[in-house]
Design a protein around this ligand. Structure first.
Ligand code: GLY
Length: 374
């Protein structure tokens, strides 16, 4: 089953290289093809990551050539400082230049990735001791705001510490992860999408949401970012609290799978025939559970539950949401949602859903783990 899904994904990616040209896929529109952009969005690393995964899987030069072109584009983006004033630098450069370093030990790719880590460090706010997700420093709306998605940007900093021995990268990542664990994750294993702190004093103010159903709800994709992100923070730090947090988030997620095993967009949204899904949340969580399972002893009491949840989620995606057998489809997974709340591509292909689906498949089939750690 995994093999068929991978072959289909690789074939679509090969074909997309030509149709995308030097542009980057972002999200679909109206259930149709991807909107493309010239490397100006937070999502552009996912296409690069898919190309590197396909290259590692097939060894075909066509994938490497296209992937290297994306790295060049990311080099230009950094040099021109184009649309980098946010925390998603980790998504962008982990899957592009860091991937090239992992695969080829290309020194220029390593240097570019270290520069990217320095750009992410500019989001650190010493007074409130957090990485500001969005907006300029001092922004009244976002100045003291963290979001759970940032957990997936931290591996760039952990890696930069490993490479350079500069403890500033590690300290920022660990402090931010610990703050996220304390304030974004609730006692029952659910999560806030965002949390506000006083930017001057660092005092905790309140939880909230940007993309979820309501401030106190659990946005399924945020929960997914947490599963994978805390598992990776455990890998890099060995702090058992991060592993336990990843497990609790995963359990909460898997205990709420609907009948077809692919989640709706928010665990608290009322469900009727029109409720949107987020297939990308299921794909990210699957990839995150694969990471989590690597750290659990064989007799861990949660292992069976997590393994079953992983298989159900992946089967659900492959059997009902993947575009297998639809050769003209550009995307791999239907029914992702960018922002249901904001009315932006609520039922479409989303490139990060495709990336994590492919990463999970390749990890199960070939042990190819993506580019979050070396
Ligand atoms: N990190 C942005 C999103 O998940 O939509």
């Amino acid at each position: 089953m995994w093999k068929t899904a991978i072959e289909d994904a690789v074939a679509k990616t090969r074909r997309n290289i030509e149709s995308f040209g030097d542009l980057f896929p972002h999200v679909g529109e109206g259930g149709g093809d991807y909107k493309l952009n010239p490397n100006t969005d937070w999502t552009d690393g996912f296409w690069s990551g898919m190309l590197w995964l396909c290259y590692e899987y097939t060894g075909e030069a066509v994938f490497r050539d296209a992937a290297v072109r994306t790295v060049e584009s990311f080099r230009q983006r950094l040099a021109a400082n184009t649309a980098l004033d946010h925390h998603d630098i980790g998504f962008l450069y982990s899957l592009s230049s860091k991937a090239q370093w992992f695969i080829e030990k290309d020194e220029a790719a390593r240097q570019l990735t270290l520069q990217a880590a320095d750009v992410l460090m500019k989001r650190w706010r010493p007074q409130s001791q957090l990485i500001q997700a969005w907006g300029p420093e001092g922004d009244p709306a976002n100045g003291g705001r963290i979001i759970i998605d940032c957990m997936m940007n931290l591996p760039l900093l952990y890696w930069a510490y490993q490479q350079t021995g500069d403890t500033r990268y590690r300290d920022v990542a660990v402090t931010h992860a610990e703050k996220s664990r304390r304030f974004l994750v609730r006692g029952d294993g659910s999560s806030y999408h965002t949390f506000y702190f006083d930017p001057e004093t660092g005092d905790s103010l309140r939880g909230g949401t940007a993309q979820g159903y309501r401030d106190g709800s659990t946005w399924t994709r945020g929960q997914a970012w947490g599963v994978y992100g805390f598992a990776l923070s455990y890998r890099y730090t060995g702090n058992a609290a991060f592993l336990d947090t990843a497990k609790r988030l995963a359990r909460y997620f898997l205990e709420r799978l609907p009948r077809d095993y692919v989640v709706y967009w928010d665990f608290d949204a009322p469900v009727d025939a029109d409720t949107k899904r987020d297939s990308s949340a299921s794909a990210i969580t699957s990839a995150g559970i694969l990471e989590l399972l690597e750290h659990l002893p064989s007799n861990d009491p949660d292992r069976d539950f997590l393994e079953n949840g992983l298989l159900r989620s992946m089967r659900g995606l492959i059997e009902r949401y993947a575009t297998i057998g639809e050769p003209d489809a550009q995307g791999l997974l239907k029914r992702g949602s960018y922002s249901v709340r904001g009315g932006a591509s609520p039922d479409d292909f989303v490139i990060w859903g495709d990336y994590y689906y492919l990463e999970a498949l390749m990890r199960m089939d070939r042990g190819l783990c993506g580019y979050w750690y070396e």
